[in-house]
Design a protein around this ligand. Sequence first.
Ligand code: ADP
Length: 803
Amino acid sequence: MEPLQEPLFQNLFNHLAEPHVVVKADSPRFTVVACNKQYKAVSNTLNKDIIGMGIKEISDLKNANYEGDSIIEKALNKAIETRQVVKLAAVRYDIPSADGLQMQQSWWQTEYIPVLGQNGKAEYLLCTIHNITEQVTSKKNRERAEQQEKALRKEQLLNEELAETIKKLEESQQNLAKLNNELEDRVASRTKALSDSEARFRNMIEQSPVAMLVNKGDDLIFEIVNQPMLKLIGKGDAIKGKPLYEAIPELKGQPVVDKLYHTYQTGEEWTGYEQLVLMDREGKSYQGYYNVTYKPLIENGQITGVLEVAVDVTEQVQARQKILESETMFRAIFEQSPLAFCVLKGRDLVTELANDNILKLWGKTRQEVIGKPQTVARPEVQGLPWLKLINQVYTTGVTHKNPEFKILMQQDGKPEEGYFNAVYQPLKDAEGQTSAILVILEDVTDKVKAQQQVDQAQQQFRQAVDSANMGTWSINPASYQLTFCNRSKEIFGFSLKEDVSNRWAMNAVDPAYRQMVRKAIAAGIEKHEACDLEYPIINHISHERKWVRVTGKMFFDENNRPALFSGLLMDITTRKLDDIRKNDFIAIVSHELKTPLTTLKAYAQMLTVKSKKAEDVFTVVALEKVNSQVKKMTGLINSFLNVSRLEAGKIHLDKVNFSLDELVKERINEFALTIKSHIISLSPCGPLTVFADYEKIGQVINNLLTNAIKYSPAGKRIEVSCQSEEGMARISVKDEGMGIKAHDISKLFERFYRVEGRHTQNISGFGIGLYLCAEIIQRHNGKIGVESEIGKGSNFWFTLPLS
Ligand code: ADP
């Protein structure tokens, strides 16, 4: 019996908790020599006797979850060879659970322990199958725990990493946010900068003193327009925001706008000078000139608009145009002026310009002189003072005038004397140096010759005055300064060496006439009335009483301003004394004639009465004629007497208040009794009371009526009218007679003046009637005059102050 088969061993062996089997080291059979129950249970061989079987014959083991015989064999052989315990790798072999209801996960590890014999060699091999489920499970659990821990650690690590990452993420997020903020700030500041710069740009344009505007977009909308530009184009704020053509439609088709579009389309900058632009201003078309610059506005590489800068140069252009015009005008004046002109350039006096008049004077053609020095073109000027003068003007640069300068002109090939006012004017360059001489010649030949004639006439006049023993006098109307020529001084007996004072002259005048003289001078100077006075003076040296006649009138200067009140002074003492003698004679004769005439009148009246009684018709008629002739004669003699009284200053006015209209009526009625040849009518008027000499005014009315009858054919009407006019009574006697020539009218009221002519030669008269009328009326402070038309009639009138 094999010791291993011993029951003790077998019991012990069976009590071992783990499956054991002992095999012989008889490789490769490895015969089973002992096994316990646990082994049999696990190898599913409980009912078999596996002692003596080769290990490979235990089939259940083959079903075990391991690699098979070779692994077992290799392990057994290894234990034999190495005499070391060999362990197989753990295998999973699930066994039923205690209740047998489910399989239980189980892990097993086979261990081969060599049992050495005395020879030290392995004789047996103890195979123990350890249930390492718990071990494995716990290992697994541990491993799992480890793994879990690892995983946890990993997770923790991961978490930490994550946290770190999150932290980093947060940091980076913060950074990002910061960056974002920064970015936003930067964007905001960039945007602000951009809008600031845009605002600056807008501001710059709006505040620019230069006219600027910005047109934007395809329609060239007025986006920015500054005030100077609005002023320049003459438009209001209304154009802002409007397209170009909507705002200023009149610009359509104008070249300057085409250029604007060109800049907008091509981006080419453009500048145009003195561009003509037509625009409507306050409903009127305005033409302006501008220096214009178009600059494209580029944003993000795109042309978005055009910046326009304009400068108004209208004034300069117009001024230049005016200069051009005036240059043209100057040339026209130069060519067409009645003056003779030339421009002589440089020291050589090269003729640069010469008008026709000067060419005519020189007797040259334009080709002969233009571009040539004077001495070459006109050798005749060599040595003339004229050349010297011009050279002098050139050197001094001072204008020289040569009035009424005599030259010999070429007139139709013949030399002729001419007079010229010459001006030699230096023309200076930019440095103020004389570069040319402008010669202007004004032909004053006619004027000089006329003056010569006047001088001659004046000389002749002076001679005539001298030979007629007349003097001249004048009063300056501004200073009242009196001037006497020597002859006048002689008449007054003043020293020839001294100037005459007004006081001396007035003192010499007969005191009775001074008022009249003063009045006449005042009327001459203030009202420009001519004077013709006769008055006595006392000669300063001889104390003789002399009569002078003084005539005078106002003379005017070329500007029609009173220049001199002057005239002639004649010694008329001889004539005047003759007149006085004549007057005295007439007075004596008239006076002497009056007495016999009165007697004649009385006898004629007595005879009339007698012959009427005797019914001697012839004598009655004859005596009527005698009477009328006596009446005429009486009138005549009275007139003569009046004249002589007048002249002697002895006329006396016997003034009373009376009704002038009544007097007129009365005189007309008287005339109507005797005059049947004319129809005398009176237009009625209101009462006209005057303070006057009844007789003498009646005489004036008579005179005017007599003349109207005398100087108009029989059958004509004579209209008498009376009226009141500005404080004056006005009586007029209008006839339909022969009329009076204008040049006679002014003299009608002079003593002894009668109109000479065919019509008047058969009408008797002495020319004293109107003279007397004028004297009487003037002494009443009235006026007398006449309007007359030859062949149609006259209207004689006089006025008297109403009382
Ligand atoms: P007389 O009639 O005696 O010649 P006057 O002094 O009355 O003198 O008149 C002067 C001159 O005036 C006249 O000679 C006459 O030529 C002209 N005259 C006067 N009255 C008229 C008249 N009514 N119509 C035309 N001529 C007149």
